[in-house]
Write a protein that binds this ligand. Structure first.
Ligand code: AHR
Length: 526
């Protein structure tokens, strides 16, 4: 595509001059996309649980990131960072998965209850061989869930645990009667049982969770799930550990062999843009990396479609949900940090990955009932980074904030015709879009311009009878460079702003999207 240099106020055909906060962006020739929002053909509900989260005993996610202990000089509520609680309450996180990840299959829950000073110190075998003092255990996790209003999703140990241990944990947490385990919970300070709606039975049991075959895990799942009981009005959604990456054979075997005692099957998908052996940097990357990462991120759409076909074969009524309970970008660890801690920066590119991924999840809302980004704080595609008493919100956090409007909303199909964004042999759709209708009848349209340099002119036709929209408003997240990110010294470089680049005339909506941007529009009316 030919590039033109513009005088600050010039406006040439096909070229957009954009003001993004204080920066003026001289954009390449604009890309175009035409959308048809079929608002009269509502689809399934978009479960708010696809906006779920994951916190593992890994690096500085739990310790430093969430838990500083009640005696810390960092402001905290019963040991949990108050700044983190406040930030998470704001985005209404629907659920939180814990304690792993790989850590789940080495975790023995009894280590993490009772007087903190008497809890055993164990080696965290997967994540750097650091000593885990178990000061954050079941009570602390469930307290944290209560403080932020998130449903707990507990992952039980299959790899090195037993059905008895898992059954005891469930009883300890949820049984309201007078058993020894319920009494133990009471003596540890929590008289009332908790509600624990989600139970994972193992994690990545093809790998760090025991290197099993799908046949062996399926048999173990059948056995374990018998002992995962509902007590005292608690209703467990039991989730089998599903495939990782593109290894869908695991899903096929599991779907064939496990028909009872299962409400969900998980799937993990990480965006690398390269290989596991040679990961890409999180910042300071060339344009080719932008394309490689986005291309990889978008692959999840095809993967979900393939997974759905397999699930439809084994579960034609759609009873069992697909839970993408780990997803996100995985780069080289930040230079100077422990590589086993998986600490990475988070740029506008990660925000674009998140926005485009949610648009894909929305399209699969019929089967995809939960998704959990990895991870909440200080690990991989984190929403929050901390350093001592400092905390910052990443561009990814802001996408979760902006997309809140889609929680439990009704999916509206969007037909997208878009130019491609290309570099060398790489080609991406320039625009990704999705739409939903909320309980008040407002329609929310989320648009992502995946192009790192060119603006996108979007024209949308809203096909609906009996409803007129009279106003459009919106928010935008964009940044001056491909790797712009927030730092502890400049924590607000990337943050949402009001979006004024959209116009509405009758059923025709137009929007000008700056390069590398995520926009959410709200259409309201009569
Ligand atoms: O999120 C980091 C790790 O990635 C998890 O522990 C594991 O389940 C996955 O391989």
């Amino acid at each position: 595509m030919k590039r033109r240099v513009l005088a600050p106020s010039a406006s040439l055909f096909g070229v957009l001059l954009l003001h993004t906060g204080t920066d003026v962006v001289l954009a390449q020739e604009a890309k175009h996309a035409t959308l048809t929002i079929r608002a009269g053909e509502p689809g399934p509900q978009i479960s708010r649980h696809i906006y779920g989260h994951f916190a593992e005993h890994l690096g500085r996610c739990i310790y430093d990131g969430l838990w500083v202990g009640p005696k810390s000089s960092i402001p905290n509520t019963r040991g949990i960072r108050s700044d983190v609680i406040e930030a998470l309450r704001k985005i209404k996180i629907p659920n939180l998965r814990w304690p792993g990840g790989c850590f789940a299959d080495q975790y023995h829950w009894r280590d993490g209850v009772g007087a903190a000073e008497q809890r055993p110190r164990r080696v965290n075998i997967h994540w750097g061989g650091v000593v885990e003092d178990n000061s954050f255990g079941t009570h602390e996790f469930l307290d944290f869930g209560g403080l932020i209003g998130a449903d707990p999703y507990v992952a039980a140990n299959v790899g090195s645990g037993s059905p008895q241990e898992m059954a005891d944990w469930i009883e300890y947490m949820t049984f309201g009667g007078d058993s020894d385990l319920a009494q133990l919970r009471q003596s540890n300070g929590h008289p009332q049982p908790w509600k624990v709606p989600f139970l994972g039975i193992g994690n990545e049991n093809w790998g760090c969770g025991g290197r099993m075959t799908p046949e062996y895990y399926s048999d173990l799942y059948r056995r374990f799930s018998v002992y995962a009981r509902d007590w005292s009005g608690n209703r467990l959604q039991r989730i089998a550990a599903g495939p990782g990456g593109t290894e869908l054979h695991w899903l096929d075997v599991l779907g064939e062999r496990v028909k009872e005692g299962v409400q969900g099957i998980s799937m993990h998908y990480y965006t690398l843009g390269n290989t596991w052996q040679d990961k890409l940097p999180a910042t300071g990357f060339p344009e080719s990396d932008w394309y490689a990462v986005l291309r990889d991120a978008l692959k999840i759409g095809g993967l979900l479609a393939d997974a759905e076909k397999i699930m439809d074969k084994h579960d034609p009524t759609g009873r069992v949900g697909l839970y993408v309970d780990e997803w996100g970008t995985w780069y080289k660890a930040e230079p100077g940090t422990n590589p086993a801690f998986l600490y990475q920066q988070n740029t506008i590119r990660d925000a674009v990955v998140a926005g485009a991924t949610f648009n894909i999840f929305h399209r699969h809302a019929k089967r995809v009932k939960m998704a959990n980004i990895a991870q909440l704080v200080n690990v991989l595609q984190a929403l929050i980074l901390t350093e001592g008493d400092k905390m910052l919100l990443t561009p990814t956090y802001h996408v979760f904030d902006m997309y809140q409007v889609h929680h439990d909303a009704t999916f509206l199909p969007v037909d997208v015709q878009t130019d491609n964004s290309t570099l060398g042999g790489e080609s991406l759709p320039a625009v990704s879009a999705s739409a939903s209708r909320d309980a008040q009848g407002r329609v929310h349209v989320s648009l992502v311009n995946l192009d790192p340099k060119a603006a996108a002119a979007v024209e949308a036709r809203i096909v609906i009878e009996g409803q007129k929209f009279t106003s459009v408003s919106g928010r935008i997240l964009t940044a001056p460079a491909m790797d712009t990110h927030n730092t502890f010294d400049a924590p607000n470089r990337v943050q949402p702003a009001a979006f004024t680049g959209a116009t509405l005339q009758g059923s025709s909506l137009k929007a000008q999207l700056p390069p590398r941007s995520v926009v959410v529009l709200t259409l309201a009316g009569t």
